[in-house]
Design a protein around this ligand. Structure first.
Ligand code: SF4
Length: 242
């Protein structure tokens, strides 16, 4: 069991505040997406960019009437529809398995029963499906169920370690520490703006520290102040556009 840390909570709040000053409060659609849509979209987003996974998601949504129809397709057909998102074999298997399991367990393809459950129970249920990890499950919690949960992808893991909010080796450990100490009501802005920071400024190689809004509070010992990297805005976030 992890202990809460006031220092970690304060650092998260400070980072959130500085990122909002730089990027503003991120866009959030008025109506949250359906949790099954979100689950499938997040499975498709693994190891690819948002544009390709969005295309794969819309291919499925446009071609088939509903998720039941997708659940009856042969794996090869699903694989063909989602080809653009990569890892077709793995992703088609995970999608079909989730849809068939929901149908078997609940008699219909829906995750509405999660609405009354606690965060831990939801995570446990969703990660029980083959091909659904903590990141995928936590995206359903944040984006569809509007819970104060910060999913941890490669950008959130890298940036929070560089800044010094956490010191961890794996995204799942980062997830535990961040969410144990996450102040109320900030998960969406903190998560979304950190991803933007990671894509545009705090890149894996040679971060653009000279334009970073966190430079004064960041502990990373190998900051880069050479202005030789390109800067390109990247504001499209798949999971707010499902
Ligand atoms: S100062 Fe540099 S290393 Fe630190 S968060 Fe900003 S870009 Fe990343």
């Amino acid at each position: 069991m992890l202990k809460k840390s006031k220092t970690v909570s304060k650092r998260i709040s400070k980072v959130n505040e500085l990122l909002i000053q730089k990027y503003g409060i991120p866009f959030r659609p008025q109506n949250p997406p359906d949790p099954v849509d979100m689950l499938i979209a997040t499975i498709l987003s693994q190891n690819t960019n948002d544009k390709n996974s969005y295309k794969a998601f819309t291919n499925l949504k446009k071609t088939y009437q509903n998720w039941y129809d997708v659940s009856t397709l042969p794996l090869a057909k699903i694989e063909k529809e989602i080809k653009i998102a990569g890892l077709g074999k793995q992703k088609s298997k995970a999608i079909k398995n989730v849809l068939r399991s929901l149908l078997k367990n609940n008699g219909r393809i829906s995750l509405d029963h999660l609405l009354n459950k606690k965060d831990g129970e939801i995570l446990k249920e969703l990660t029980g499906y083959e091909g659904v990890g903590v990141k995928t499950a936590s995206c359903v919690l944040l984006f569809s169920l509007r819970k104060n949960i910060c999913p941890v992808d490669t950008h959130v893991h890298r940036t929070t370690n560089r800044i010094g909010i956490v010191s961890t080796k794996t995204p799942d450990k980062t997830f535990l520490i961040l969410n144990e100490n996450l102040p109320e009501g900030i998960a969406h802005s903190f998560h979304t703006n950190l991803i933007r920071l990671g894509r545009e400024i705090c890149k894996p190689a040679n971060p653009n520290c000279f334009i970073c809004p966190l430079v004064r509070i960041c502990n990373y010992p190998q900051k880069n102040f050479e202005a030789k990297n390109s800067y390109k805005e990247n504001t499209f976030l798949l999971l707010d556009n499902v």
